[in-house]
Write a protein that binds this ligand. Sequence first.
Ligand SMILES: Cc1cc2nc3c(=O)[nH]c(=O)nc-3n(C[C@H](O)[C@H](O)[C@H](O)COP(=O)(O)OP(=O)(O)OC[C@H]3O[C@@H](n4cnc5c(N)ncnc54)[C@H](O)[C@@H]3O)c2cc1C
Length: 461
Amino acid sequence: MNNLQATQIKALKAGIQGEVILPEDASFDTARQVWNAMIDKHPAAIVRCAATPDVVHAVNFAREQGLRLAVRGGGHNIAGSAVCDDGIVIDLSQMKAAYIDTSNRRASIEGGATLADFDAAAQVHGLAVPLGINSTTGVAGLTLGAGFGWLSRKYGMTIDSLESAEVVTAAGEVLRASATEHPDLFWALRGGSGNFGVVTRFGFRLHPVGPNVLAGLIVYPFAEAKTVLQQYREFTDQAPDELSVWTVLRKAPPLPFLPEAVHGQEVVILALLYTGDPEQGKTLIAPLHAFGKPVGAHVGVMPYVDWQKAFDPLLTPGARNYWKSHNFSKLEDGLLDAVIEYVGKLPSPQCEIFFAAIGGATTRPAPDAMAYAHRDARFVMNVHGRWDDPADDAACIRWARDYFKASAPFASGGVYVNFLTADEGERVKAAYGQNYERLAQVKRRYDPANLFSTNQNIQPA
Ligand SMILES: Cc1cc2nc3c(=O)[nH]c(=O)nc-3n(C[C@H](O)[C@H](O)[C@H](O)COP(=O)(O)OP(=O)(O)OC[C@H]3O[C@@H](n4cnc5c(N)ncnc54)[C@H](O)[C@@H]3O)c2cc1C
C-alpha cells in the first residue's frame, strides 16, 4: 500500500477546508466502502471536500504528485470506480446543497447530492427531473452516464434536462460548461461519464411532476411468464409517454400484499408509474391487471418521493453484486424464452432480471446531439446478480454471464455505461458507441494526461 509521506500529508491537508481521511484513521474503513461489497480498495487518502476550492486543491495535489485519482459522488457505481488503490479519492458526499428557482423551474445542485436529496428539494414545489430508481444513488454518476428512470419516457434521459455544469478540470481550472460556454465539454459531459473533470455543480431544467402520482406493482405467477411478457410487449408498444411499466423477474420478496405462499417463489412483477392525472391513469392501466391471474397488486396514488424510494429496501448497500446488461429495441420471443429459462434457475433469492422500458422522449434527440449515443434503446436490461456470502460468488457470476450470452443474439448492440462492471473493458467502446472518437478528441483537450482514468475510460485521442 502506498502511504503518503508526512510532508505530502501536510501539503494536502493545508489546502482542505473539509476532511482528509488517512488509512490510520478510525473512519477510514467506512469511508472507503462503496455500495457494492465486491469492491475492496485501499486509497492513500480520502479527501472529503467541503466546497469547490477543496476539489481544486485535491486535483492539483493528485496531478502534481503523480497519484491515481478517483471521484466519489454517491458511491453506487457497480464497477467501484468511486475508489482506487493507493491514490486520492475526491469524496463529494458533503457537497449536497440544492437551490430551486421555482419561478424559472430551474435547479442548481452540488456534485455529491443523492437522488433523495434532489427529489426532496424539487418535490416541495411539485417539480422533478428524471432520476433513477434507488434514492441513495448519486446524482453525479447517474447524470454523467446519461441517467434514466420512471419519468424518462415523458421527459427524456436525465441529461436531456441538464443545462450547465461547474467543472474542475485536470489542470485545476474551474469552468462553466453549457450550450454557450465550452460547448464541446458540455456535449461530452452528457454521457461521457467521469472522464472530463469533477463536476461540482449541475444546473437542471425542472418539470412539473406530482407531488402525487399513480404508481405500484402488479405481480403474476411465474407459470404465466411467457403470456404476461408477450402482452406486456404489445401494451408498452402503444403506451403514452406518461406511462412507464418495467418488468422484474425474481423470487418474490415478502411483500405484505402478497400471500405468504408466494414469498420466495419466482414471479413476474410489473412496476409502473403514470405521470398524468391519476384517475385517467387508472383506466389506462386496467389491461395490466388482466394479463392473467395476478397473485397480488398494490397500485394507488402516492407521493412521487415515496415511489422513488420504493425499491430501496431491496437495494441496500453491503451485498455482493455482479451485473450484466444489454440494450434492446424490441423484446423477441427467443429473448423471453431465455429469460424464463434463467429465472427458473436463480442462484440466490436476491438475483433478478429487469427490463427498464424507456423509449418515448429518450429516443427523440439525435444520437450525436450529446455524448450518449443509444437513442434507439427501448429497453435497458440489467441482469442483477446479488448475494451475501462470498462462497456464492462463482455460481452467481456464472449465472449472470450465461444468461447474458443467451440473451445477446436479441440485443441491439449498445450498452448503458453506468451498468458496466469492472471486468468489461472490451465493452467500453460499445458503451460510447458512435460518439467514441469525438469523445476522445474532447478528452485530449481537457484531460490530455488521462488524470481522470478511474472510470469507464476514454483514451485521449
Ligand atoms: C441499486 C442501483 C440502482 C440503479 N438504478 C439506476 C437507474 O434507475 N437509472 C440509472 O440511470 N442508473 C441507475 N443505476 C446506475 C447508476 O447510475 C450508476 O451506478 C452511477 O454511476 C452512480 O452514480 P454515483 O454518483 O452514485 O456513483 P459513484 O460510484 O460515486 O461514481 C460513478 C462514476 O462517476 C464518477 N463521478 C461521480 N461523481 C462525479 C462528479 N461529481 N464529477 C465527476 N465524476 C464523478 C466517478 O468517478 C465514477 O467513475 C443504479 C445503480 C445502483 C447501484
